[in-house]
Design a protein around this ligand. Structure first.
Ligand code: ADP
Ligand code: ZN
Length: 669
């Protein structure tokens, strides 16, 4: 698509000929205009065409099938693996006046019968189903007995066999095209690689589908990767300084560190709950539900958490461990800021991450091809961590988009360009030490011992092995320990050295020779001892404010907060997440415009017909009770920037189970 631009109303009207689709967007969803590719996708599907849609999370995929379902005769069938979220999705649609239902294993027989009856009577606009249910003969027969407007296959990357979310039941979905050749199908995903895209088309049997690809840029997310020192403490200050009171997700690799981190945050006054596959399903569901319903809760999770979470106001995603691939990283970070407001993707990354992941790959059950692929994924992830260039440009280039994107001014490398230094001599010293140990002693050691030798430290282990007798002992005293670790880490990332075996010993690679023979330079990033946590455009004072209210003029903040607490009451009464009532972005626009009548309120983005009827009086009442705060003239340009957003998720991963325990400490730890 042509970037992430917001279509003007005039554009959209022209494309769709002022059609029913646009009218539905206004009436039901209360939005002014389609975003980016939405108009073209919806037009194509409404006209009966198949589509494969690649759009980042928060890009607005749902409307691409919801509007065709509303406009075309019959019920739209949505295939989604996210059983736990169906209830919320349906509740959100019902709050908009859409006749939606779902069928899954959480329902009892009677509840399912009601939905079936509604479907058969043509009383549903949308019906959500899990793929394992859809493929049952009973379900297929049921679907044959009423009119279907469109099949939407959400999280379509689950059909990709090499992907981390593979669901075998997705493979059966190709039968939809055979059985219902006249019903358009739309497959949607936020997983961006070309290979996945191709696999989706093939496996779902959609050779003639039109492909739509949105820009994957998430301009409102600030990307930052800091050197890991004391990760829990680093996380704590990041949260305290920049995201006090905000909702967010913290990802860790092992269950044990999830539990410990959640405890640590709670002990330090940040409300946090754990989420991983080792908790029973009741606890998991409860924690997920709290995350969706409460404001400002932090979930500490393994990758098992997050797919399809459509909470719009996740303000940060933090990684305490290195993700295994750029795809995973992008999907996870993409869960921040679906509402387009400023959000942060923060990660702490260190030498141990690299060693540990290399070891996990070597020790994995997968075959050689699997290990090669996993290693390639890790290499790309490391390249992102070690880059001195704009992280966003590198991410977009990775996904095959705009290789020439200008630097973004909203990532750490753009905000504080890292200094580089000539690490050639240091690299040679390190490699020589590895060579000597091996040639002279026939020994291999991990990074800890190598660094001790370079620093000339007479530790017990150094003395035990007589390593103080080596000619390289103490040749690296010009650098501090942390700097040497940085050298090892960056050389590992660049493939100039490798780790091997259970103990993560350092060994030479094919490329090591080029350094030893002085055939190449080794530029390295300087390790900044204290990473600066600068925040793009927000002046310092605002950093502590909640992002949701941060860019509002001070005099409007009380009204915004009043509406939020009103919203909280409504949400509690109805047992739905607050954002199902209104998004923060909508509340912001309400206090900015300050409508004085229910009719005026209808002009606000995000206020459709049904919500106007349900909540109009309530909202106007809240504003009236604050009367004095009414701005004389509504400031005009305070609308939140519309920004596209991200991807869906990471679920279970057959080859990479989450770790039960803390990864074993390396010999230098
Ligand atoms: P995705 O499924 O691609 O992650 P969603 O469909 O959940 O994204 O949309 C993300 C957010 O953007 C939602 O809050 C949605 O209401 C909003 N949105 C989508 N399309 C529009 C539009 N045309 N105008 C305004 N807001 C929109
Ligand atoms: Zn940048």
């Amino acid at each position: 698509m042509g970037g992430t631009g917001v279509m003007t109303e005039a554009d959209a009207t022209e494309t769709l000929g002022g059609s029913e689709a646009l009218a539905t967007l206004h009436r039901v969803f209360g939005y002014d205009a389609f975003r980016g590719e939405q108009a073209a996708i919806i037009e194509h599907v409404v006209a009966g065409g198949d589509a494969v849609v690649l759009m980042p999370t928060g890009g607005g995929k749902s409307l691409c099938y919801q509007i065709p379902s509303l406009v075309r005769p019959g019920t739209g069938i949505v295939v989604s693996p996210l059983i736990a979220l169906m209830q919320d999705q349906v509740d959100a649609l019902r709050a908009l006046g859409v006749r939606a239902g779902f069928m899954n294993s959480t329902q009892d027989f009677d509840e399912r019968r009601v939905v079936e009856a509604e479907f058969l009577a043509g009383e549903l606009d949308l019906l959500y189903l899990a793929p394992e249910r859809l493929r049952l003969d009973n379900t297929l027969n049921l679907l044959s007995r009423a009119k279907i407007s469109v099949f939407a296959i959400d999280e379509a990357h689950c059909v990709a066999q090499w992907g981390h979310d593979f669901r075998p039941d997705y493979l059966a979905l190709s039968l939809l095209g055979e059985r219902w050749p006249d019903v358009p199908r739309i497959a949607l995903t936020a997983t961006a690689t070309r290979a996945t895209h191709k696999e989706i088309t093939q496996r779902l049997g959609m050779p003639t589908a039109r492909h739509f690809e949105a820009s994957f840029d998430r301009p409102n997310i600030q990307y930052r990767i800091v050197p890991k020192a004391d990760p829990k403490k680093q996380l704590l200050s990041f949260l305290r300084e920049e995201h006090a009171g905000d909702a967010g997700i913290v990802y860790c690799l092992s269950r044990n560190s999830v539990d410990k981190t959640a405890e640590f945050l709670s002990r330090n006054g940040i409300e946090a709950v754990p989420y991983h596959a080792g908790l029973d399903s009741g606890t998991r569901a409860a924690h997920q539900s709290r995350f969706l319903r409460e404001e400002g809760l932090v979930v500490v999770a393994t990758i098992a958490f997050g797919m399809g979470i459509d909470k719009p106001d996740v303000r940060f995603v933090a990684h305490l461990d290195l993700p295994k691939s750029v795809e995973g990283y992008y999907q996870e970070t993409g869960r921040a800021g679906r509402d387009g407001l400023p959000s942060t993707a923060w990660m702490a990354y260190g030498l141990q991450d690299v060693v540990q992941q290399r070891k996990m790959i070597q020790g994995s059950e997968g075959d050689e091809a699997f290990r090669r692929r996993a290693a390639a994924h890790l290499d790309s992830m490391l390249a992102l961590c070690e880059t001195a260039q704009c992280r966003r440009s590198q991410l977009l280039a990775y996904f095959g988009q705009d290789p020439n994107t200008p630097a973004c001014a909203n990532c750490d490398t753009c905000l504080t360009p890292p200094e580089t230094w000539d690490g050639t001599v240091a690299a040679q010293k390190l490699l020589s030490t590895v060579v000597r140990l091996q040639r002279e002693r026939g020994q291999k050691f991990g990074a800890g011992q190598i660094v001790d030798i370079l620093l000339g430290r007479k530790t017990a282990k150094v003395i035990q092995f007589d390593h103080d007798q080596l000619s390289v002992f103490g040749i690296g005293e010009e650098l501090a320990e942390a700097e040497w670790r940085g050298v090892v880490r960056q050389m590992l990332a660049q493939g100039l050295i490798a780790v091997e075996g259970e103990y993560g010993t350092l060994v030479l690679t094919d490329a090591s020779g080029t350094v030893l023979r002085r055939e190449r330079d080794v530029p390295l990033r300087k390790e900044s001892p204290k990473p600066t946590a600068s925040r793009s455009s927000a002046p310092k004072g605002e950093r502590k404010a909640k992002a949701a209210a941060a860019e509002l003029p001070a005099e409007l903040v009380p009204a915004f907060e009043a509406l939020r607490s009103w919203r909280g009451e409504q949400a509690r009464e109805q047992g739905v997440p607050a954002y199902v009532i209104f998004h923060d972005a909508t509340l912001r626009e309400i206090v900015t415009v300050w409508p004085t009548s229910v009719k005026d309120l209808g002009g606000i983005s995000g206020v459709g017909e049904k919500k106007l009827t349900t909540y109009g009086e309530g909202v106007i009442g809240v504003l009236a009770s604050l009367g004095g705060a009414t701005p004389a003239a509504p400031p005009t340009d305070n609308r939140p920037a519309a920004a596209p957003v991200p991807a869906a998720a990471v679920g279970s991963d057959p080859d990479w189970p989450e770790l039960d325990q803390e990864p074993e400490p390396e010999d230098w730890m």
